[in-house]
Each structure stands twice: as structure tokens, then as C-alpha cells.
Design a binder for this molecule. Structure first.
Ligand code: ADP
Ligand code: ZN
Length: 529
């Protein structure tokens, strides 16, 4: 029979069944696999848990030679290789954790054709001897996993990834497949350019994760709010809690332990052995809560993570999506919960202001935060907004807080004007700038020590906002910020006007605000034991 697509396809399917024990391909897997088996380059965008690995593992088994997989996840290579070996796949890896003997052994296996898959840390490819080794063997394909690591301004940038563009020059006939769970158009374009994959076919899977329930709450007492969530909905469940700083990771983990939750800290300040131990325990034991900075999670394949909680605002919607995506890989109901407050924005702006890179870079970072804020303050379905960010259209999901407990919207033009006028007064009459806390105290007519010290009780705006409660003023401030009608500045998060503030002050623009539901949304989950 002719060696056409049909036989190749059935060989791929046979491999799926025989080696991996699955009945059928999922989502776009078959198309991708056919394309790569036939020698085409591919850029694969698929959410976490979508089944990217098979997209290169099966072509590597079907095609002649060794599939070379470039992955930054050195800590996980041993596990990945062990898992493949358990299935009878001849896999090996080369990275810096090995001694010379171990490396020699793998190299010998590679050269004698005893391997189907070889996992490589990207920095290996910068070593000339590795490149010469590869040139002496037969390579079936290059798979570039976590391909977004090549994106220069992304949060996972690895300089070693830049060298991967030369693979194409050295091995023009070997197909390359780049894979990532990062979803924005800008990142795709950057991956394609930097890896010289302009002619690759793009495969974009839906990024919806229907089993994840998205919820975003105003931050009051985040640790307590978290504990409440765990006690009411996630007792004994495995989960990840993300905090921005190492200090808050430590404090939060201690707090949880003190309150009877089995929690472990994870951040780059812990030594490698402790990190490895905590990661291993999280993967192995049931019901552990990992409290971590974003240093934790990439490549972690734990199917039953039941919740991901953010105690601080993520830096971008992409980051948020990636991190929440670690929940519910097994497809069962899971929670993505985030608490955020104005202070988060102040902190992020501060970090952006002091970050490396040029003005354009800082502007880009600012735009990321703005998009994240918009997601937090939307009155519409969170999922619709999240997917729209990735260019996907969808309808209200019924499984996010705004769908479950629709947020009422209200005309906040007058409160917005009051708040903005206070900012104007302070600036014009006294050349002062203050943060949201002081502005709120002025609006509420509170004679605090700081109000008296600065004589703010003499301002005409003093006490003009007693119709709203403090939490409502905080919400107004957050939303004005999300809508770009005020901005925060400097170390103390002082409020300043934006170009658009004038329209509100002049009564030419109505401001619609979201009213926080009295009772926060809860998962309608009754079947849980
Ligand atoms: P990703 O790398 O995209 O996050 P994985 O490749 O780790 O996802 O796959 C996620 C899970 O789905 C794994 O446990 C994998 O074995 C399983 N899986 C992948 N493809 C299939 C399939 N066609 N049928 C059944 N299970 C699959
Ligand atoms: Zn929804």
C-alpha cells in the first residue's frame, strides 16, 4: 500500500492505543500529529492539560530517528522520562543535574539508535559538543516545549531559548514543533519570529477551561478570606495559593498551618533541596496546600489541584490564566479565586516604575496590569472577558461569580465627581497628593490625626461623601482606576488625574460602576463528600 496520510494516521492511532492506552485523540491532537509526522513545522497553542505532550511524543515514535525535546523544566525531566519508560518508550535526558557517566550513557544510547525521545535543557544546545553529538545521530523532530520562554518580555523568559532559532539552519529538514499554553497573539508572533517558525502551521485550541469557576473578590483581610474559602469549600483539598512576595508566602503558610491547614511554602529564597522536597510532597501527598510565588507551578502535572487562590493581583491576564490553569487538570470542578485591592495596583505600579527596560517596556507592563484590572472590575461574565482577551468569542458561562451572582451596575457619576474633586482640591489649593485612604477619610468627614495634621477638615469637600460606606469608596476608587479615570503614582500610591478625568468632572461622561454583591458567590456544589 502507498505510504500516504491514511497509513500514517493509522500508525499514529495505533501508537496512541498500544503505547499510551488511550482510545482516541483529543481536540486538535490528530491534525497536529498528522502534520508533524508528514514533516511539517507546527506552532501549537493549547491550554494546560490539553494534551500537548502526545503531539510530539507520537510523531517521535512514528518517524524515524530520535525526537529531541527542548524543555526548561529540568526538575521534572527525570519524572517525565520515568513515566515514558514505564510505558515502554525509550526515553532519556541530558541536563546539568547529571554526572559525566550518566551523560555518556545517554549519549551512547542516542548514537546507537536506542532512544525514541531525548529531553534536553536549552542550555545544552549552546554547548558545541552537544550540537556535534546531535549531528551524529538521526533526529526525527525537534519539540520546543514551553515555547513562550523565548518571548523576551514575558514572565518566563529564558535567554537560552534565543539560541533555538539556529536549529532550523543546522537541520533544515527536521520538522519543529513549538508548544505553549500562553495564549496572546503578541506572544504567538514573537515565538514564530524568534524561533524562525514563520512557515509553521498554527494550531490554536480553545482556551476555555469550563470546569474552573472564576471568582474575584475585593480584598479585605486576605488570609482570613482564604481560610474561609478553604473551610467552606475546600477542606482537605490540594491547592495552590499565590502571593507576590516571599515574605507573604511565609506568613500565609504559617497562618494556614496555625489554623489546621496542611500548607507548605515555596519561593526562590528557599534552598534548592527544600524547594524540591516541597514540590515532591505536593505532587505525592494528598490535600496539601502550596503557598508560593509564581516561581512555582510551570510544568507541574498534578491533576487534582482543586483550587488556585491569588492573594495578590497577578501582573497580567496571561499570568492569571496560566496560574489558574493549574487547577482542575482532571476536568473536575475547581475554583480560581482572587482577592485584590487598590494597594495591589499601587504596588505593581511601583514595581513597573523601578523595572528594567525602556519606556515602551514599562508602558507594556502597565497595559498588562490595566487588562487585569479590567477583568477584576467587569460586570460581565469573567470567562467571556478572559477568553476575549485571548481572541475567543463566547457567551455567559454560568460558572463564574458574575454569572452566579450578577453584579448590579449603578450610576456612580456623582461619587466619581466627589472623589475626583477632592483630588483636584488637594492639588490646586495646596499642591498636595494623597492616597485613597486619606481621600476616603476626607470624603467621609473623619477627623483622624492625619486629617487634622494637614487641616483637611477645612476643605470644602470634607464630609461630602457620607452617603457611601468606606468599602464602597474603596470600590469606587478601584473602579475609577480600572476605567482609567484616575491613576496612582509614586511609592505611596497617591491619586492623580488622568486625561479622561476632566470629562467626568465636567459632567460630559457618565460613570457606571459595579456594585459588589452582598454575599459573595459560592460554588453550587452539593455532591461533594
Ligand atoms: P499539557 O502538556 O498540554 O498540559 P499533557 O500532555 O500533560 O497536557 O496532558 C494532560 C493529561 O491528559 C495527561 O494526563 C495525558 O495523559 C492526558 N491525555 C492527553 N491526550 C489524551 C487523549 N487523547 N486521551 C486521553 N487522555 C489524554
Ligand atoms: Zn460567567
Amino acid at each position: 500500500p502507498a505510504a500516504g496520510a491514511a497509513t500514517e494516521e493509522s500508525e499514529a492511532l495505533r501508537t496512541l492505543r498500544r503505547v499510551f492506552g488511550y482510545d482516541s485523540f483529543r481536540g486538535g491532537q490528530r491534525e497536529i500529529i498528522d502534520h508533524v509526522v508528514a514533516g511539517g513545522d507546527a506552532l501549537v497553542l493549547m491550554p494546560t492539560g490539553g494534551g500537548k505532550s502526545l503531539c510530539y511524543q507520537i510523531p517521535a515514535l512514528v518517524r524515524k530517528g530520535v525526537g529531541v525535546v527542548v524543555s526548561p523544566l529540568i526538575a521534572l525531566m527525570q519524572d517525565q522520562v520515568d513515566a515514558l519508560r514505564a510505558l515502554g518508550v525509550r526515553a532519556g535526558f541530558l541536563n546539568s543535574t547529571q554526572d559525566l557517566d550518566e551523560r555518556r550513557l545517554v549519549e551512547a544510547e542516542f548514537l546507537s539508535g536506542e532512544l525514541d525521545l531525548l529531553y534536553l535543557a536549552p542550555e545544552r544546545l549552546r554547548v558545541e559538543s552537544t550540537v556535534r553529538l546531535l549531528e551524529r545521530g538521526t533526529i526525527s523532530l525537534f519539540a520546543i516545549d514551553e515555547a513562550h520562554c523565548v518571548a523576551q518580555w514575558g514572565h518566563d523568559f529564558r535567554p537560552d531559548y534565543l539560541a533555538l532559532s539556529s536549529l532550523h539552519e543546522r537541520w533544515p529538514d527536521v520538522p519543529r514543533i513549538a508548544l505553549t499554553a500562553t495564549a496572546t497573539e503578541a506572544t504567538h508572533t514573537e515565538i514564530a519570529t524568534r524561533l524562525s517558525l514563520q512557515n509553521a502551521r498554527h494550531f490554536v485550541a480553545s482556551f476555555d477551561r469550563p470546569n474552573i469557576q472564576y471568582r474575584i473578590a475585593p480584598k479585605n483581610d486576605p488570609k482570613k478570606q482564604l481560610l474561609q474559602l478553604l473551610r467552606t469549600e475546600h477542606t482537605g483539598d490540594a491547592g495552590i495559593v499565590y502571593c507576590l512576595s516571599r515574605a507573604s508566602v511565609e506568613k500565609t503558610a504559617e497562618f494556614l498551618v496555625r489554623n489546621g491547614v496542611a500548607a507548605l511554602p515555596y519561593h526562590a529564597g528557599l534552598d534548592a533541596a527544600t524547594r524540591a522536597e516541597h514540590q515532591a510532597r505536593f505532587l505525592r501527598e494528598e490535600g496539601l496546600v502550596m503557598v508560593a510565588t509564581i516561581a512555582f507551578g510551570m510544568g507541574i502535572d498534578k491533576p487534582d489541584v482543586r483550587f488556585v487562590a491569588h492573594l495578590d493581583l497577578p501582573k497580567s491576564v496571561e499570568g492569571y490564566y496560566q496560574e489558574t490553569g493549574r487547577a482542575g487538570r482532571d476536568g473536575l470542578p475547581s475554583t480560581a479565586w482572587l482577592a485584590y485591592g487598590l494597594q495591589d495596583v499601587v504596588q505593581q505600579r511601583k514595581m513597573i516604575d523601578t523595572s528594567e527596560g525602556d519606556e515602551a517596556h514599562r508602558r507594556r507592563l502597565g497595559a498588562h496590569v490595566d487588562a487585569m484590572l479590567a477583568l477584576c472590575e467587569t460586570v460581565e461574565c469573567r470567562r467571556v472577558q478572559l477568553l476575549a482577551y485571548f481572541g475567543e468569542k463566547s457567551g455567559p458561562c454560568g460558572n463564574c461569580d458574575t454569572c452566579l451572582t450578577p453584579a448590579e451596575s449603578w450610576d456612580g457619576t456623582v461619587p466619581a465627581q466627589k472623589l475626583l474633586s477632592t483630588v483636584v482640591r488637594l492639588k490646586r489649593e495646596r499642591n498636595q497628593k494623597f492616597g485613597a485612604g486619606q481621600i476616603t477619610d476626607i470624603l467621609l468627614g473623619r477627623k483622624t490625626a492625619k486629617v487634622i495634621q494637614f487641616d483637611h477638615d477645612a476643605l470644602s469637600v470634607f464630609g461630602i461623601g457620607t452617603d457611601l460606606r468606606e468599602a464602597e469608596w474603596r470600590s469606587v476608587a478601584r473602579q475609577l482606576l480600572a476605567q482609567g479615570l484616575i491613576a496612582v503614582e509614586g511609592d505611596y500610591g497617591t491619586l492623580v488625574l488622568t486625561e479622561d478625568s476632566g470629562e467626568v468632572l465636567g459632567g460630559r461622561r457618565r460613570v457606571m460602576l459595579r456594585r459588589e454583591p452582598e454575599k459573595p458567590a459560592r460554588a453550587p456544589r452539593t455532591e461533594k463528600a
